[in-house]
Design a binder for this molecule. Structure first.
Ligand code: SF4
Length: 223
């Protein structure tokens, strides 16, 4: 089977998944989408309301911001692959309304096989984890965004993996913090694009790569 056939087969099976309780409240199973041959993959946390309704990843406000930032870096969402660590929306019912909630560890664990299968089909060179939960799965457990953002790691799923802020988190920041985190997210996407496109960097080194500190640059303590 070629990549497209493998993905179609995967999509059919994952669409019927009932391996964790999230299947009971979902509208759609949300798999990754984009360029199946992309060397660059973005991994977020999970579908929200819009994603659940449309069956597509990153189509709400966070998705709009992500698309803006991709365009600033010469990328359209269809040029790369975009996915999440879980495939069904995690919700909580509060005071009569349904709200998003972070996925529980058991839900992430149950869905990990689907993420792994998806990544084994795409075979990315570079993965960008959007937010700490994705970095915990793709890079290492106990990932600390304030200390480890912007550092290149070797991942079981790609030779190069890096983590940055989730666009939804950026959107929640007030005033100057929004500008600063948006800038960092864009810089990290730019760096990931350079890494994905550089033919001289095909193999990950044995050790993690720590980028030089920018002059006067200070990591915000927001996590
Ligand atoms: S979140 Fe993942 S494991 Fe849970 S039902 Fe959906 S596809 Fe299956």
């Amino acid at each position: 089977m070629n990549k497209k056939e493998r993905f179609a087969d995967y999509k059919k099976r994952v669409s019927a998944c009932k391996d964790c309780p999230l299947w009971e409240t979902r509208t759609n199973v949300v798999t990754g989408e984009g360029n199946i041959d992309s060397k660059l993959v973005l991994v977020g946390e999970g579908p929200g309301e819009n994603e659940d309704l449309q069956g597509r990843p990153f189509v709400g406000r966070a998705g709009k911001l992500l698309e803006e930032i991709l365009l600033e870096n010469g990328l359209r969402r269809e040029d790369i692959w975009i996915t999440n660590i879980i495939r069904c929306r995690a919700t909580i019912r509060e005071e009569g309304s349904v709200r998003n909630r972070p996925p529980r560890p058991q839900e992430v664990q149950m869905c990990k096989k689907w993420l792994e299968e998806e990544l084994s089909i795409i075979k990315p060179k570079v993965i960008v984890c959007l937010g700490g939960p994705a970095a915990e799965v793709v890079i290492h457990r106990g990932f600390r965004m304030t200390e480890e953002r912007g550092i290149w790691f070797k991942s079981p799923y790609a030779p190069f993996a890096i983590a940055t802020y989730h666009p939804a988190y950026v959107l929640r920041q007030p005033g100057r913090a929004f500008d600063e985190l948006r800038w960092m997210l864009s810089e990290d996407i730019a760096e990931a694009r350079r890494k994905a496109e550089n033919p001289e960097e095909e193999t990950a080194p044995d050790q993690i790569i720590v980028p030089p500190q920018e002059e006067g640059g200070e990591q915000l303590s927001l996590f």
